[in-house]
Every structure is written in structure tokens, then in C-alpha cells.
Write a protein that binds this ligand. Structure first.
Ligand SMILES: Cc1cc2nc3c(=O)[nH]c(=O)nc-3n(C[C@H](O)[C@H](O)[C@H](O)COP(=O)(O)OP(=O)(O)OC[C@H]3O[C@@H](n4cnc5c(N)ncnc54)[C@H](O)[C@@H]3O)c2cc1C
Length: 398
């Protein structure tokens, strides 16, 4: 058994650190207002849309990331990617999260960037969507959740009906990451079957300027970059047969085949964030004195840090094991969910402990802890809630 990090992961993290120093940090210094205590006021306008200056920074980093070969690095070579495996991607993700909030999140494009779901594109779709996406020229979004259905997304109300050689999509999606800015949407609609059937759902590629498509309210959210999520409306939105991604009626199943990697990335990101908060807290516990002694000399403080360090190591090994199994082509459904479940809780616990150890200073916006405290909460909700992960683990057991 070999617990060392793959050499490719070590090389990529070093190259990323250099890239951040050279390309990202100067922008962070120049546009401090987008990262400082009042970042939320500066990033969006009165309609909660991200302001052009902020969008430009995201685009600049994306284009530089394409040039440097980081963008889309997990995609296969035949799609223009770097063929990086799941374990390496996750270790890199952990490393990237082990730093204060910054613009580095734009390097991989997040939900707007390349996704293996699009490997189902046919030749023409590859030219029209996948290639420009890989080149950082356009962005996308994944539109599954609806006001009436989230955990049970396959009970969706959005439908697509055939009319001649066109499909007519009708419905509403919500909470969609990058929804306000995506150039095209991967939207899921029921095309046959009954509520709750996994089959009978089709994925369509809908251009943002397609008649009948509209971005609705941009949500106000907790702790995340403001102006990122929105409702999407499809009002008799007509698209040609050439906009079907993959096979008709098989969209949901093929999308679900790729979701596991996302769960592992959340677990890995949680470990990185927790490590960042632990390191900050250890340093503070060494320096901060009360009653004439560093607070780290008190078990009331040091045991909190010991517990957190132990939890971090547990989740680190768990997500790496799940990723390794996936890379080996083994079924890892249970381990992915275990890693996501524990990782999400870890990120929240780490922010809570870091705040407690820092006392009042941790509560103030001058330090990044309170932002982490708010942004960690979503980990227990998106990409499958805690309860849905437990449901999956239980199903695998019983
Ligand atoms: C910041 C953010 C970004 C998102 N981005 C996207 C995106 O880009 N694309 C997209 O399609 N969606 C996105 N989502 C939606 C996300 O995937 C859903 O919010 C999530 O799946 C939960 O669905 P829901 O909100 O409808 O909650 P519900 O499904 O209504 O669940 C409500 C509560 O009931 C519990 N529950 C539900 N069913 C069960 C059960 N069987 N057993 C036990 N407990 C249960 C849940 O765990 C939860 O606690 C995003 C959400 C957020 C918050």
C-alpha cells in the first residue's frame, strides 16, 4: 500500500502555486474591494448581477488558465483535456482550498467550466459547445433542480414534447450555479415515462439567446460569491433535434454516472479548507496569551485542535480511498457518499473551532474565518444533502 501523493499531483500543485503567484495574486492586490470585508457590496449591482469589472477578472483568469493547461485538465485528451485522474484532481483541489478566499476559484471554471457530461456531444456539438468551452470562450451551467424537486430531481415537472422536428421545453429551474452568465444551459426535461422514472429524462443544450429561455431572479445566498445562482425559465422554448445531448430519454442516467467525481471534489475541498483553518488556529493558539500563558497550553483549546486534526486526516484518507477506487474502475458509490458526508461536516466543524479559538477576532470580517463559517454550510446541502448521502450509504449496505 502506497500512501504517497502521485508525482503528477505534486507537479500540478507546484505549477498552480507559481501560476497563482504570477497571474492571480496581482489581480487580488489590484481589486482588493472584491475580497475585503465588504466584498458582497462590490461584486454585484442593484439587481444582484455581478458587475462587469468582476466578470472581467473571472474571464481573464479563465483564459490564462486555458493557456497554462489547467482549465479542463480532468477532461480526456481527445476532448482537449489533460487526462488527469480523479485522485490527482482531488489532491489538487485540496491544495487549492488550503488558502484564504481569492480569485483562484476561477482557475478551473467551477460549474460553468468543462464537464465530462459533455463527452456525450456528437461531432457538431463538440465544435459548437465543447471546444469553445474547453478554450474558455464560453461557459455553461447544469440545470436539474426545480422549485418542486431537488433531492428527488427525477420527479421533475419540466417537460419537453416533440413537435415536428423540434422539441418544446416548458418548466422552471432554480439555484442554478452560473445560471445568470452561462452561454448555454444543459437542461433536463421529462420526455417520456412517469414521475420518478430514471429513464425518460433528456438533456438538452439550450443557447442563452434561444427564444423562450429566460434568466429569472438571481438568488441572494449565504457565504458564496454573490450573484452566482439563479432561476431559469423555459417558456415553450423550441430547440432542434440537434440540441439533444446523448440519447433521448437517457440524459439523467448518463449525468448521474459523472456526479461521483463532484462529491469527491467537495470532500477534498473541505479537507483543504479545514487544514487552512487548523493551521491558522494552531498559530494563533501559540501566540495569543491569556492569564500569562499561550491559550494553546490549555487543554480546553489544544484538545479542540487535536480533534480537528484527527478528523481532517480521517476525511483525507477517506476521499483518497474513494478516488482511488474510482480510478481503478471499481464501484465506489458508498465511499464517495461517505467522503462527501464527513467532508461537509468537517468544513463546518473547522470553521466553528477556528472561530472559537480566535475568540472575538474570529467573528470579525477582518479575518477570513467568518466567511468560511458561512460558505461551509452549503456543503451539507448541494451535490446531495447529508440525508441523501446517508440514504445512499444505507442502500449500499442493506
Ligand atoms: C449554492 C447552491 C448551488 C446549487 N447549484 C445547483 C446547480 O448548479 N444545478 C442544479 O441543478 N442544482 C443546484 N443546486 C440545488 C441542489 O442540488 C439542491 O438544493 C439539493 O439537491 C437539495 O434539494 P432541495 O433544495 O430541493 O431540498 P429537498 O430535496 O426539498 O430537501 C429538503 C430536506 O429534506 C431532506 N430530504 C429529502 N428527501 C429525503 C429523504 N428521502 N430522506 C431523508 N431526508 C430527505 C433533505 O436532506 C433536506 O434536508 C444548488 C443548491 C445550492 C444551495
Amino acid at each position: 500500500m502506497d500512501f504517497s501523493e502521485p508525482s503528477e499531483a505534486v507537479q500540478i500543485t507546484q505549477a498552480l502555486d507559481d501560476f497563482i503567484d504570477q497571474e492571480v495574486s496581482p489581480l487580488e492586490s489590484e481589486y482588493e474591494e472584491f475580497l475585503g470585508p465588504d466584498y458582497e457590496k462590490h461584486i454585484v449591482d442593484e439587481n444582484h448581477r455581478q458587475v462587469p469589472e468582476y466578470r472581467d477578472i473571472v474571464e481573464t483568469i479563465r483564459k490564462k488558465s486555458v493557456e497554462a493547461g489547467f482549465y479542463g485538465m480532468t477532461m480526456p485528451e481527445e476532448a482537449g483535456g489533460g487526462d488527469v485522474d480523479i485522485l490527482t484532481r482531488a489532491i489538487v483541489g485540496e491544495h487549492m482550498s488550503n488558502r484564504p478566499p481569492g480569485f483562484h476559484s476561477a482557475i478551473f471554471g467551477g460549474a460553468g467550466g468543462p464537464t465530462p457530461i459533455l463527452l456525450a456531444c456528437d461531432e457538431d456539438q463538440r465544435e459548437e459547445y465543447l471546444k469553445p468551452l474547453m478554450d474558455g470562450e464560453i461557459t455553461t451551467c447544469f440545470a436539474l433542480t426545480e422549485p418542486g424537486h431537488g433531492s428527488d430531481a427525477h420527479y421533475m415537472d419540466t417537460t419537453a414534447e416533440k413537435d415536428g422536428d423540434e422539441w418544446v421545453i416548458s418548466g422552471q429551474k432554480c439555484f442554478i450555479t452560473n445560471g445568470p452568465y452561462a452561454d448555454f444551459v444543459m437542461v433536463f426535461a421529462r420526455t417520456s415515462g412517469e414521475d420518478g422514472d430514471l429513464g425518460g429524462i433528456t438533456c438538452f443544450l439550450v443557447d442563452a439567446d434561444n427564444p423562450g429561455f429566460e434568466v429569472g431572479t438571481i438568488h441572494r445566498s449565504m457565504g458564496m460569491t454573490p450573484g452566482t445562482h439563479s432561476e431559469l425559465y423555459f417558456n415553450d422554448c423550441r430547440v432542434g433535434e440537434d440540441k439533444v445531448l446523448g440519447e433521448v430519454d437517457r440524459g439523467f442516467q448518463s449525468a448521474m454516472d459523472w456526479i461521483g467525481g463532484g462529491r469527491i471534489n467537495i470532500a477534498a475541498g473541505s479537507v483543504g479548507t479545514a487544514q487552512f483553518l487548523l493551521d491558522m488556529s494552531v498559530e494563533y493558539a501559540r501566540e495569543r496569551e491569556t492569564f500569562d500563558k499561550p491559550i494553546g497550553h490549555r487543554q480546553g483549546v489544544s484538545f479542540q485542535l487535536a480533534e480537528l486534526a484527527t478528523d481532517i486526516e480521517q476525511v483525507r484518507q477517506l476521499y483518497r480511498y474513494a478516488a482511488w477506487k474510482m480510478d481503478e474502475g471499481e464501484r465506489a458509490r458508498k465511499e464517495e457518499s461517505m467522503a462527501k458526508l464527513r467532508g461537509a461536516q468537517l468544513a463546518n466543524d473547522a470553521a466553528d473551532i477556528a472561530m472559537q479559538v480566535h475568540g472575538g477576532a474570529g467573528f470579525m470580517k477582518e479575518l477570513p474565518i467568518e466567511r468560511n463559517y458561512r460558505s461551509a454550510r452549503v456543503f451539507r446541502i448541494f451535490e446531495g444533502t447529508d440525508e441523501i448521502q446517508k440514504r445512499t450509504i444505507a442502500r449500499e449496505l442493506i
